[in-house]
Design a protein around this ligand. Structure first.
Ligand code: 8X3
Length: 258
């Protein structure tokens, strides 16, 4: 069976301004996909546009919203220009961690931000786009899970809980879509060197750098590679999960630090 050709298909990526999201935009651009990108930082998206078009994206359209804001998500996705409304691939990438506190010392604002972004944000976007995929008889939802969904680590509590929720939402959605041609995939990376740790530690670059000390972490491009691989499998192939780590990581808590 031929691989799923993404040329001129609309790929929508949330959290596309940096890290895995931006790497996905570059990787899907090389497949010739039309890119619909969303992020809170519109100026960052705008600055990627030229590069993405040069890499092979026939068109790029940027949206500014925070996935936490249900009304903003719904209004942006309901009022898409016609040429952008038939979304073929949704990459639910927007996500973040905040803090590494013991649960009883955790900040409730951090919990809200993680739950509202990683779980509810993913739900708002998915809820808005899956009906169109079913109607058109074509689509693929790709969620970003994590090794953290398999095994918690000290201080990871709520973040790990959000990723465990994504894992089961992913599986539930696949069950609900059985009988339709819409595919559902979770790509679940371990440690990836992006802004993730700086965001977690609110800009403490030194503490963030310590997370990656002595290991060769995954790069955002490694994860984007797996996402594009899942999206380009022949239409009858559904990749349910891809659990991936650097060779220096066995699971959420075991690392080979040199
Ligand atoms: C990102 C991986 O181990 O930092 O989800 O939680 S980890």
């Amino acid at each position: 069976m031929p691989k799923n050709d993404l040329r001129d298909r609309v790929v929508f990526i949330t959290g596309a301004s940096a890290g895995i999201g931006a790497a996905c935009a570059r990787a899907f651009a090389r497949e010739g996909a039309r890119l619909l990108l969303a992020a809170r930082r519109l100026e960052r998206l705008e600055s990627l546009k030229g590069e993405l078009q040069a890499a092979g994206a026939p068109a790029v359209h940027n949206l500014k919203f925070d996935v936490q804001d249900r009304k903003a998500v719904e209004s942006a996705l309901q009022s898409l220009p016609k040429e952008w409304s038939a979304i073929d691939v949704l990459v639910n990438n927007a996500g973040l961690s905040r803090g590494l506190d013991k649960l009883w010392e955790g900040k409730t604002d951090d919990w809200n931000e993680m739950i509202d972004t990683n779980v509810k944000g993913l739900l708002w976007v998915t809820r808005a786009l899956v009906p169109g995929m079913i109607e058109r008889g074509r689509g693929h939802v790709i969620n970003l899970g994590s090794t953290a969904q398999e095994l918690a680590y000290p201080g990871g509590n709520v973040y790990c809980g959000t990723k465990a929720a994504v894992k089961l939402i992913n599986d539930g959605l696949r069950q609900d879509l059985l009988g339709t041609p819409v595919r559902v995939t979770s790509i679940d990376p371990g440690m990836v060197e992006t802004e993730f740790s700086e965001v977690r530690f609110r800009g403490d670059a030194e503490r963030a750098a310590r997370v990656y000390r002595g290991v060769t972490p995954l790069a955002a491009e490694d994860v984007a590679d797996a996402i594009v691989w899942a999206a380009t499998r022949p239409a009858h192939v559904n990749i349910a999960h891809v659990l991936m780590t650097t060779i220096d990581q066995a699971n959420s808590i075991m690392f080979n630090r040199k």
